[in-house]
Design a protein. Structure first.
Length: 148
């Protein structure tokens, strides 16, 4: 990691401007298809940390073009719901899929690989609007659900 400056802005404002540059190496235990979540805690002086959004990344073998993945509307009912929402897409097969739930500010609040999905339990989440994304091998289903 390279940090470009250590000068206090009260001593020399012009020299207090800087940047941070860093690099990381991929953990050898991570495989293609794994999902990695990361979040940063940035500290300025002696203040509390500024916490970044949780970023979710899927490890791939390279770039993916739009022609390789089909994005489809995820149909859910009832919507709005009080707790359980049922998936109406019949072509979501029993293959292993990744289910992600995002809150209204884009933070991933749930991420899970499962082999068969017919419903999603939202009972542990507060009322609000959620984006649900289901990723299979070659398709992504996404939709919004309102939890009352």
């Amino acid at each position: 990691m390279i940090i470009s400056c250590w000068v206090d802005s009260f001593k020399n404002e012009a020299l207090s401007h800087g940047f941070i540059k860093f690099s990381i190496a991929l953990d050898s235990s991570i495989a293609v298809g794994d999902i990695v979540q990361n979040q940063a805690f940035i500290y300025f002086d002696f203040n509390d940390a500024v916490i970044t959004n949780n970023v979710v990344s899927t490890i791939t073998t390279g770039s993916v073009s739009n022609s390789e993945i089909t994005t489809l509307q995820l149909m859910m009912s009832p919507n709005p719901t009080e707790n359980i929402v049922y998936l109406m897409n019949k072509d979501i097969s029993a293959e292993t899929v990744n289910v992600s739930i995002f809150n209204s500010i884009g933070k991933c609040i749930h991420n899970q690989k499962i082999s068969e999905i017919k419903s999603i339990d939202l009972s542990s989440y507060p009322s609000g609007i959620y984006l649900v994304s289901i990723k299979s091998k070659d398709k992504i289903y996404s939709g919004k659900v309102v939890k009352q």
